[in-house]
Design a protein around this ligand. Structure first.
Ligand SMILES: O=C(O)c1ccc[n+]([C@@H]2O[C@H](COP(=O)([O-])O)[C@@H](O)[C@H]2O)c1
Ligand SMILES: Cc1cc2nc[nH]c2cc1C
Length: 337
């Protein structure tokens, strides 16, 4: 006989409330544990193993001057990931997560490195200020490749990160079109534009947004404005959720991928845990639209999945709490008077 979700929720609440602590005293760790238990349909859940996949790609828009850094930095940072020197590598080592890097469409020749996963959709997107960033076929290919990568392997936890100069512009446009809001309201400084740079970015993105209707479905928004890494990450989030993994959503760009995934893949968001509130100004608004309260607020705006990696220990601890903590009965501790 199968247990209904109502029965499961009641049993789960009893299990959490019977742990040796005052009722509710572990705060958000308790709701996080409940979410993980529902994802795994288990009162002994596990979040012990974690994989970070970083998707890297370039953006035609970068040439218009929407970023504080040159496009070459995407490729240079991928080489840095491959030699283990980036923040994502350091955090993966310090938390014990596995890390993989995917070329989703870096400009120029493909990088020749045995550790780099090649899923190149193209050598960067077209300039989305003037024209659609990618074709329908390219979007379908990126979503499929992402789904397969996100669903593979047997880690309990999947973190997805990105690297792509210009991708805050792409993410702001995709989010604005899915939510039907003005892109200027979701436009921030990215890697660190000054005031003049931000004004110019807002003007360019407003021009780009003017090419299409004010509200678009996720697939059209990704085709018009998405990056290959953002589309692949959205697919990976859907694939990982399908495979029953806990998905930790990183910063601004990753949250926009989650917003798109939610529109495209039914019920995947039940598996999403939002890691942190990025300092990128549009992130708070997108999180609000998702009704998501992230675990951390560290003033970070790096990307690469760094915020997701820092949130993993909280996720791991929440699962361990439910699985391993003694109950009042088993420990012989008195309940409330
Ligand atoms: O994750 C975030 O919230 C975040 C916020 C701002 C910037 N980034 C990173 O910075 C790059 C994009 O910034 P930009 O200014 O080139 O659009 C890209 O590689 C992202 O990983 C990431
Ligand atoms: C140096 C650098 C590292 C990054 N990591 C993610 N986005 C980045 C952007 C820059 C510019």
């Amino acid at each position: 006989m199968s247990i209904t979700s109502q029965d499961f929720d009641a049993t789960l609440k009893r299990a959490i409330d019977s742990k040796t602590k005052p009722l509710g005293a572990l705060g958000r760790i308790e709701s996080l544990a409940a979410q993980i238990a529902r994802i795994q349909h288990s009162l002994s859940p596990s979040a012990e193993t974690c994989q970070l996949i970083i998707f890297a790609a370039d953006h035609g828009m970068a040439a218009a001057g929407v970023s504080a850094y040159p496009q070459d930095v995407t490729r240079q940072m991928v080489l840095n990931f491959l030699s283990g020197g980036a923040a994502a590598n350091v955090f993966a080592r310090s938390t014990g997560a596995d890390i993989h890097v995917v070329d989703s469409g870096i400009a120029g020749e493909a990088i020749d490195d045995k550790d780099l996963i090649l899923r190149r959709i193209g050598a960067g997107t077209a300039n989305a200020i003037e024209t659609a960033a990618m074709t329908d076929e390219q979007l379908a290919e990126a979503l499929e490749a992402g789904k397969a990568l996100g669903g593979a392997g047997n880690h309990d936890v999947a973190c997805f990160g990105e690297m792509g100069i210009g991708n805050t512009s792409s993410a702001s446009l995709v989010a604005a079109k899915i939510l039907g809001v003005a892109v200027a309201d979701l436009t921030g400084r990215g890697t660190g534009l000054d005031d003049d740079g931000l004004t110019r970015k807002q003007e360019l993105l407003t021009r780009a947004a003017g090419r299409t209707a004010s509200k678009l479905d996720a697939r059209t928004a990704l085709t018009e404005y998405g990056g290959f890494e953002i589309a692949m990450m959205a697919g990976a989030m859907g694939g990982a959720a399908d495979a029953g993994k806990i998905v930790i959503v990183d910063g601004f760009i990753a949250t926009v991928a989650a917003l798109a995934a939610r529109d495209m893949f039914a019920e995947c968001d039940a598996n999403f845990v939002y890691a942190h509130r990025s300092a990128e100004s549009g992130h708070a608004r997108v999180l609000e639209a998702l009704n998501a309260e992230p675990l951390l607020d560290m003033g970070m705006r790096l990307g690469e999945g760094t915020g997701a990696l820092l949130a993993w220990p909280l996720v791991k601890a929440a699962a361990a709490m439910l699985r391993d903590m003694a109950s009042f009965d088993s420990a012989g501790v008195s309940g409330p008077a």
